[in-house]
Ligand binder design. Structure first.
Ligand code: SAM
Ligand code: DTB
Ligand code: SF4
Length: 350
């Protein structure tokens, strides 16, 4: 199988071979994924990104999974764009607790031009703290991408969400092509691309394969690939979606790792609903990044103690930011947390 040869970065994946990967015996698939993973990464290091919602709710789009769409009654308090000071305070706290990247998300179809100066200021201020920066603000035209790149934004997150074939079942207010154009604008502006999708929305295995093909067959692989497990939020059209076999989710992570060997694959939304064993399997399958914060954008995420307890039990260390200016505070805070987590690890439910 060509996926196991060194430095095999491919952009021509065919559906049949991706489905063949999905359908390998579970142990064989995880072995292949782990082999590819170890070629490019330290298998015991996981990158930590803290996520903050900088503009919550009242989004005009109709994404069926999303609690922030104005079309569904999810009881969410909507908010205006937050002040730069609040962003700085949260980013400082994220750095002190050991995150290497700070991601800011807005419930927009695309940013308004009038908001760009404030957003650019957020990028500059967070970067000045020595954190990597990421934003997800919806669709970007080439000029907006350029403005963010000039402000120093490192990563832009924009997900394809699912396969081109299933996409119309989930979103009607923007096309797959719109999403591909935003990714193209991001890459052309010189920023790193963060693009992934959601698993468990009622799609079939062909669609999970189709999503990974759409990502891996981009002109360049995304640098970061968030794999979200659907969080079923009451009031959204997907609130009663059937449970996906957890091993199928792990298989999706493993296939993503094999197809995009150098990308950080992020075990993203849905960790709150996963037990420790499931998360450990995801890391074994090649996931090497998480959202490290008690809240994602609007829904719950495991707290830092639970994450550090799990890392301590698995011997996982956080990946440090290459560009960090002064890591000493961060390192001391993390050591304190790991020590605290160590002594309480026994109390976490298995
Ligand atoms: N509004 C912007 C956009 O859609 O591009 C940025 C924010 S949007 C909330 C970012 C991503 O969060 C979505 O593309 C989707 O993949 C993910 N997401 C939203 N709601 C989710 C849910 N209930 N479960 C899992 N992932 C979700
Ligand atoms: C991504 O792929 N997952 C994050 C981030 N990019 C912005 C968002 C997950 C949101 C989960 C639902 C919520 O908390 O509102
Ligand atoms: Fe709006 Fe983004 Fe939610 Fe879609 S995913 S409804 S664009 S906030």
């Amino acid at each position: 199988m060509s996926a196991t040869t060194p430095d095999d970065i491919r952009n021509n994946w065919q559906r049949d071979e991706v489905l063949a990967l999905f359908n390998q015996p579970f142990n064989d698939l995880l072995f292949t994924a782990q082999t590819v993973h170890r070629r490019h990464f330290d298998a015991n290091k996981v990158q930590l990104s803290t996520l903050m919602s900088i503009k919550t709710g009242a989004c005009p789009e109709d994404c069926k999974y999303c609690p922030q769409s104005a079309r569904y009654d999810t009881g969410l308090e909507k908010e205006k764009l937050v002040d730069v000071e609040r962003v700085i305070a949260e980013a400082r706290a994220a750095k002190a607790s050991g995150a290497s990247r700070f991601c800011m998300g807005a419930a927009w179809r695309s940013p308004h031009q009038r908001d760009m100066p404030a957003v650019a200021a957020m990028v500059r201020e967070v970067k000045a703290l020595g954190l990597e920066t990421c934003m997800t603000l919806g669709m970007l035209d080439d000029q907006q991408a350029q403005q963010l790149a000039e402000a120093g934004l490192d990563y832009y997150n924009h997900n394809l969400d699912t396969s081109p074939e299933f996409y119309g079942e989930i979103i009607t207010t923007r096309t797959y092509q719109d999403r591909l154009e935003t990714l193209d604008n991001v890459r052309k502006a010189g920023m790193k691309v963060c693009a992934g999708g959601i698993i468990g929305m009622g799609e079939g295995q062909r669609d999970r394969a189709g999503l990974l093909m759409a990502l891996a067959n981009l002109p360049e692989h995304p640098d970061s690939v968030p794999i979200n497990m659907l969080v079923k939020v009451a009031g959204t059209p997907l609130q009663d979606e059937a449970e996906l076999d957890p091993f199928e989710f792990i298989r999706t992570i493993a296939v993503a790792r094999i197809m995009m060997p150098k990308a950080h694959v992020r075990l993203s939304a849905g960790r709150e609903e996963m037990n420790d064993q499931m998360q450990a399997l995801a890391f074994l399958a090649g996931a090497n990044s998480i959202f490290y914060c008690e809240k994602l954008l609007t829904t719950a995420n495991p707290n830092a103690n639970r994450d550090m307890a799990l890392f301590a039990r698995l011997g996982i260390e956080r990946e440090s930011v290459a560009t960090a200016h002064d890591n000493s505070d961060q390192q001391r805070a993390l050591e304190r947390q790991i020590a605290a987590a160590d002594s309480s690890a026994a109390f976490y439910p298995a």
